[in-house]
Ligand binder design. Structure first.
Ligand SMILES: Nc1c(C(=O)O)ncn1[C@@H]1O[C@H](COP(=O)(O)O)[C@@H](O)[C@H]1O
Length: 163
């Protein structure tokens, strides 16, 4: 088994329905990843340990999804210099606006790259992680270029119903 290069973490297993879209795209591109539940609020010691050992374990970036008071991505970013990609999970009460604002409004000095709310954000975070790795991996860069080409062909072939 290849050592994971990307950490996909989330505040609860209830986030998996969204975060599986980040994991799925990494799987499609054959990027080794690990997926775990880590919560800044509920498992603070585990969260610190995860962030503090991430570099030595060989991770190149961390995708962190959380909903509501979504402090996980920012707290992970506070404890590692690896790039942290934040995914706001769609919340029941505020539809993910709470998650988005919690993740995007970081104080100067501790950046989190914040993606769109929900599935599309998770998917794009996975793609972005692959793009980060592709900077030094030509075969991964080729796969990403092929993905774009196929996507462009699919969109160019789209038709609309006649009125
Ligand atoms: N935002 C956080 C954090 C955190 O930021 O540390 N830990 C859990 N959560 C979020 O709580 C929501 C509800 O979780 P439950 O479904 O387990 O009650 C989830 O979206 C999770 O990301």
């Amino acid at each position: 088994m290849k050592k994971p290069l990307v950490g996909v973490i989330m505040g609860s297993n209830s986030d998996w329905e969204v975060m599986k879209h980040a994991a799925g795209i990494l799987k499609d591109f054959d990027v080794p990843y690990e997926a775990e539940v880590v919560s800044a609020h509920r498992t603070p010691d585990r969260m610190f340990e995860y962030a503090e050992t991430a570099v030595e374990r060989g991770l190149k970036c961390i995708i962190a999804g959380a909903g509501g008071a979504a402090h996980l991505p920012g707290m992970i970013a506070a404890k590692t210099v690896l790039p942290v990609l934040g995914v706001p999970i769609t919340s029941k009460q505020l539809l993910g606006m709470d998650s988005l604002l919690s993740i995007v409004q970081m104080p100067r000095g501790i950046p989190v790259a914040t993606f769109a709310i929900g599935e599309a954000g998770a998917f794009n975070a996975g793609l972005f992680a692959a793009a980060l790795l592709a900077v030094e991996d030509i075969s991964l860069a080729t796969l990403l270029a092929e993905f774009r080409k196929t996507q462009a062909e699919r969109v160019a072939a789209m038709t609309l119903p006649k009125l």
